[in-house]
Design a binder for this molecule. Structure first.
Ligand SMILES: [Zn+2]
Length: 312
């Protein structure tokens, strides 16, 4: 009887023991499957904005400001993270540079970056299935002189507004009062709204004084919004035809804003799209030069210390 009990005990121990192996195995299978689904190192990270990008925002803004201010092109945060998340010993700076074509200043297709010797053996370069590898579209001329601005908030940056998480639908380009904002295309003015007669910040004022421009490119109607404009600075009216580079108004801080900046936003078919990826930097001065310590690549002073405008 005693023996039987002991045997039964052993059997129970065996079941428990083997089930814990089973549980561990099952757990591992689930974890691996999850990682595969998430594609841990971000095979599809360039499909959209990066969720929870707050921890990278400041670092990315520094690099972005350095390059844009000095006439280089634009590389998205998604692209920088695509490589950085595989190897965080790389700097944002070097990844940014590696992803730019020095002549066209366009963000390179991922496959071209992967051809660089140092990226050849990267896991993200070995399997690019499902990855977007198109050339960057760039039909727009700059909405402002980039050498005069500091980016304080980028497209789809996650921010906290009134205690709630919010994704920024455009680009905040901080600069001094009355800096001209420019037509991004040969297009037509769809809206000129200047209810603010004085340069006042108003938390219920949204985008303040605004202009909306329609840019038709390849039969697509991009709507470009310029917000927080200087009272009385509109040089166009609704229905006007404008040419790329023409001044539309000046920058200030009307509406819900904490300092003079242009909120530059592009909508396509009602969806917000990344307006910076549409800009042609080819002829933007002072031109593409290698970065040297203390040279043209040094960081600009951010007008807001921490550089984060709250909204919009
Ligand atoms: Zn904004």
């Amino acid at each position: 009887m005693k023996d039987k009990k002991k045997k039964k005990g052993n059997l129970i121990m065996k079941i428990i023991f083997s089930s814990s192996i089973l549980t561990t195995a099952l757990f591992m299978v689930i974890i691996i499957a999850c990682l595969m689904v998430l594609d841990f190192f971000g095979a599809n990270i360039t499909d959209g904005y990066v969720e929870g990008n707050m921890e990278y925002a400041e670092k990315y803004r520094s690099v972005l400001n350095k390059y844009l201010k000095n006439g280089y092109g634009y590389v998205s945060l998604e692209r920088v993270l695509y490589f950085y998340l595989v190897d965080d010993s790389l700097t944002f700076d070097e990844i940014y540079k590696d992803n730019l074509d020095s002549d066209s200043k366009k963000m390179l297709p991922i496959s071209s970056v992967c051809e660089l010797e140092k990226y050849k053996y990267y896991s993200v370069c070995k399997d690019m299935s499902g990855q977007i590898d198109e050339d960057q579209n760039k039909p727009f001329s700059p909405p402002i002189d980039f050498s005069k601005i500091s980016i304080t908030s980028f497209f789809m940056e996650e921010r906290i507004v009134f205690g709630n998480y919010d994704y920024h639908g455009g680009w905040d380009l901080a600069t001094s009062n009355q800096t001209p904002v420019l037509a991004t295309c040969d297009g037509e003015i769809k809206k000129v709204s200047f209810p603010f007669k004085q340069n006042v910040t108003d938390t219920s004022g949204g985008g303040g004084n605004q202009i909306v421009l329609s840019c038709i490119v390849d039969d697509l109607d991009y709507r470009v919004t310029y917000a927080h404009l200087y009272p009385g600075s509109a040089k166009v009216k609704t229905g006007d035809k404008v040419t790329a580079g023409q001044q539309l108004a000046g920058v200030v801080t009307t509406g819900y804003s904490t300092g003079p900046h242009l909120h530059y936003q592009v909508n396509l078919n009602g969806n917000k799209v990344d307006g910076m990826s549409l800009v042609d930097f080819t002829n933007v001065k002072p031109g593409f030069q290698p970065l040297t310590p203390g040279g043209p690549g040094t960081l600009p002073t951010n007008p807001y210390n921490n550089g984060r405008l709250i909204r919009p």
